[in-house]
Design a protein around this ligand. Sequence first.
Ligand SMILES: Cc1cc2nc3c(=O)[nH]c(=O)nc-3n(C[C@H](O)[C@H](O)[C@H](O)COP(=O)(O)O)c2cc1C
Length: 296
Amino acid sequence: MIWKTKITQLLNLRYPLIMGAFGGWGKSEFASVFSNVGGLGIIAALNFPNLEDFKKDLQNMKSLTTKPFGVNLSLPHHILRDNEEGEKTRKRYLDYIEIALDENCHIFTTSGYKAAFIGKRVHEAGGLWFHKCVLIKHAVSAEKQGADGVTLVGLEGTGFKNPLTNTTLVNVTLGRKLLKIPIIAAGGIGDARGFLSALALGADAVCLGTALMATEECPVPKNIKEKWLQLDIFEESFHDKIYKYNVKNFMAPSTAIGHFEKLVPLQTLIEELITGATKILDSWGFDHDELNTLDP
Ligand SMILES: Cc1cc2nc3c(=O)[nH]c(=O)nc-3n(C[C@H](O)[C@H](O)[C@H](O)COP(=O)(O)O)c2cc1C
């Protein structure tokens, strides 16, 4: 099956799949596996406090894959103040951008706050800028500021939330009505049904975060990954962590972990997602070799 969406076309991807940004873990060894299986691997720049190490990791990425990949910068609000400290931080972020551009990376994802200054520089260099947010109103604002696409993270997802965060279903269906730019759906997606339904809701791709924690290649220590696989996602304390706004718990895996019983190779996870989605389409009587969402 050929998967044709605005995102696969724009980024030259085999599948409409984007790797989550992973603070601590999103480096070339892991990201290259994701790119090689047909999605967009993401290197989280802030994993490299030393810019020279960041450059080396980009070079390593290019030795591990010839497929497209992106660089993420996460911008927490408290370090982007309109003062000297904020100015210094913004300059530092732009240093990461320059290094990535130098290494011929032209796809950038940002998350958090006030990322337009990054988008501006990326566009000057002819690159693409995708912003990740949890509120539709922030996605509308990112579109106005020139973002080439947005990732909308629903309440089901892990990571930073806002007290007004809506579910993935609400974000994507209403986002589809309010936005012209491509949407990447994130939040709670961990199986073929979730993947396919996100496309049906109006997404042009899906971002996988927690699901990738259930892979052998994920560099999180094995004992922690095994512990996550044992989590009872229907238990009250787990529910509270995910669905109730609490900035401190932002690193808990999402309910997507409930789709996995054991660690699997990343390639197997993606193959199962894709063949599972194809089987569902078959069972519905879809008999084309190409799934094309370009014309809604
Ligand atoms: C271990 C881990 C680390 C993460 N680190 C970041 C980060 O540094 N920046 C960011 O924007 N999102 C981060 N996220 C969130 C993911 O990029 C993604 O938006 C989220 O996991 C999607 O929801 P899901 O987990 O339900 O798939 C992280 C997620 C996990 C599981």
